[in-house]
Design a protein around this ligand. Structure first.
Ligand code: ACO
Length: 320
């Protein structure tokens, strides 16, 4: 059986925060942010939650796929910013959309979260255990940013994207994923303190901190190498790929990957200019934009590649 994307959906919070607005509340400028990252604006939540955004993206994807929530066997959400520690975002989505027959759980793989969700769903579907899966990448990153740290808070945004997977022609032709926990500290957000009577930890909340240059080096070496391995395994040439949908971290990373693959930038659609970096949500939001703009035709081959905290990375090639 081939496992195909049957439909896509996304949701962005209503409020748009431009670089110019940020420059009125902190020592930064549109010139600094856009020249280094390509980001011009991002959507930030006011009242929206990770679960609510996931539900809206899921409903859009189900509508696009022509699948009822009751037909879903599996829901996986890639997120590092679920509203609660438990229940999982996936269980909250299951309840909200009425997917009574589905098993639901979250995956924590930061910016690779959607790719890991897709590959996990693929394994279940390919083996015949389940038939229809809903996969979501959703983040409220503004909640884990230090808004006094201009070097990180200007980079990220909030939102959710979703896809429905099921049986079909073509579909996923190959994938790979990897992790390098040894380098985990270059991009981290440490957990809450333990206040049990045996330990006296500092109760301060941590926020995202990042060694931007190390993350950059990791991305520009790991991502093109991963894409090349996946293409080689699937015996598909770079020139046969219509679009490369990369995690939307930074335009410079995407330009470097394009150069290393000898592929033109026109093959790399961009959403980071208006969304910023939305970690696990960035690839499914971009995919939905590309799909809804009618840029994909049946038989087109695309590559998706996510990379980020953990460190983690995941790449897949599929036929639309
Ligand atoms: N506005 C103005 N000045 C700033 C800002 C800001 N928002 N942020 C930092 N600066 C200043 C710094 O204070 C520093 O000033 P100094 O020289 O006086 O000390 C100067 O700009 C340079 O700071 P760096 O941190 O060295 O900036 P760099 O040139 O490395 O650019 C960036 C930072 C864009 C994040 C870069 O490291 C990069 O592209 N990294 C790639 C990784 C990435 O994009 N991560 C995103 C998330 S991770 C992921 O999704 C996988």
């Amino acid at each position: 059986m081939s496992v195909k994307i049957l439909g896509t959906g996304s949701f962005l919070p209503e409020s748009v925060v431009t670089n110019d607005f940020l420059s009125t509340i902190m020592d930064t400028s549109d010139e600094w942010i856009s020249s280094r990252t390509g980001i011009k604006a991002r959507h930030l939540v006011k009242k929206e939650t990770t679960t609510q955004m996931s539900v809206e993206a899921a409903k859009n994807a189900l509508l696009d796929a022509g699948i009822q929530a009751a037909e879903l066997d599996l829901i996986i959400v890639g997120t590092i910013t679920g509203d609660d520690i438990t229940p999982s975002t996936a269980c909250e989505v299951q309840a909200a959309i009425g997917a009574k027959a589905a098993v639901a759980f979250d995956i924590n793989a930061a910016c690779s979260g959607f790719m890991f969700a897709m590959h996990s769903a693929y394994a279940y579907l390919q083996s015949g255990i389940y038939q229809n899966a809903l996969i979501i990448g959703a983040e409220t990153l503004s909640r884990i940013m230090d808004w006094n740290d201009r070097s990180t808070c200007v980079l990220f945004g909030d939102g959710a994207g979703a896809a429905v997977l099921g049986a079909g022609q073509g579909g996923i032709l190959g994938f790979e994923q990897g992790s390098d926990g040894v380098k985990g500290s270059v991009l981290a957000c440490r957990a809450r303190a333990n206040s049990n009577p045996l330990v006296q930890e500092n109760p301060e909340t941590d926020y995202v901190h990042m060694d931007g240059q190390e993350v950059y080096k990791f991305a520009v070496t790991t991502v093109p190498a991963s894409i090349e391995r996946v293409l080689e395994k699937a015996q598909v040439g770079t020139e046969e790929i219509k679009y490369f949908l990369l995690h939307q971290a930074n335009i410079r990373i995407i330009q470097s990957v394009a150069k290393r693959l000898h592929a033109p930038m026109e093959k790399f659609p961009i959403s980071l200019d208006h969304c910023g970096n939305i970690s696990a949500a960035s690839i499914p939001i971009l995919l939905d934009e590309v799909n809804k703009k009618g840029m994909l035709e049946e038989g087109d081959k695309i590559v998706m590649s996510g990379f980020g905290g953990g460190l983690t990375w995941g790449t897949c090639i599929l036929e639309w």
